[in-house]
Design a protein around this ligand. Sequence first.
Ligand SMILES: *Cc1c(COP(=O)(O)O)cnc(C)c1O
Length: 404
Amino acid sequence: MTQNMTVTRATFDEVMVPNYNPAKMVPVKGEGSRVWDQEGREYIDFAGGIAVNCLGHCHPAMVKALTEQGNKLWHLSNVFTNEPAIRLAKKLTESTFADRVYFANSGAEANEAALKLARRWALDKFGPEKDQIIAFTKGFHGRTFFTVTVGGQPAYSDGFGPKPGGIEHVAYNDLAALEKQMSDRTCAIMMEPLQGEGGVISPDADFVKGVRELCDKHNALLIFDEVQTGFGRTGSLYAYQQLGITPDILASAKSLGGGFPIGAMLTTKAIAEHLKPGTHGSTYGGNPLACAVAEAVYDVVNTDEVLQGVKHREKIFKQKLAEINAKYNVFKDIRGQGMLLGAELADQYEGKARDFLNAGGEEGVMVLVAGPSVIRFTPSLVIPEADINEGLARFERAIAKVVG
Ligand SMILES: *Cc1c(COP(=O)(O)O)cnc(C)c1O
């Protein structure tokens, strides 16, 4: 086998486990918000690697951090600490409610750590009866068996044998239902401060405040899964910072590494103390390479220029989508926050989000779906206005094709 052997999308089916069904084209290169495939065709990227590539592809600050660290030190394990990890943790604690950080390699792992910490905290402080975890229907928290069971889509957690217990679900934005489920047995509530995979659903302001109050009333921890909403995505470093409440534990990943795999769990000093030496860990979590890249991403993202730019781009995007909709009447709702936007299809196109995604690909624009009837846009936080215009012009052609 040589490095230059020819592989195609067809090879995928011969060598990969069939749990994914990727697009027909194979991307080979990216720069900013543009991507090229094996045939040299160019695409505008509104998918951003599913809300990961927050600075687009191959941003110079990330490439610099990666190459510099790549020539210094890649991996040590947690037998040793390292400077990039400590620096990144310092920056994260300085700019959030948190005093302590645990590094992982993905969103699921950050959430897994959050859930295990909550259970251990409750056990230490209140005893084994306090084990109930409540989460929300349509929520998504990752694919480990614990996190996927806490996620509110049974289709993802069924079929793998006995599930972790003590987990219950109520409808998002239904405070009365949550209040009914909660008691002093409740250990933690896990929620996204804006449901991403579940259809780009914002929480009502009263709902979030109510959840916080119920957690306080019953001595339960509030865990915010900010894997998708975090790191500038909604126009503040974390979404909770615009909601007027503070969680007890927060999970971050996706944009945190800008494309390099890393996850983080943030919490307070008092809660962190319950994750004593040996209680949890990861071989790669907090490795210098990932942390050096994430630090570079942080330095660019956590600036007024970028965060206010996200709000500005949200306005342009929503405005243009509304203009397209005025012509074609395909959406019944255009929603979301920052660069995490959703367009829900009108009733006559219900269940057809994938058709629009595929047509977009044919016209040279990459978009996402969030469920069967919502088109999702999670582009780079610094996508140039010209790329927004060009990408949406292409998407308009895709819409014309589908509705035509
Ligand atoms: C993507 C996502 C996850 C899972 O992250 P992985 O890195 O795929 O494990 C968890 N929670 C939310 C809200 C997500 O969007």
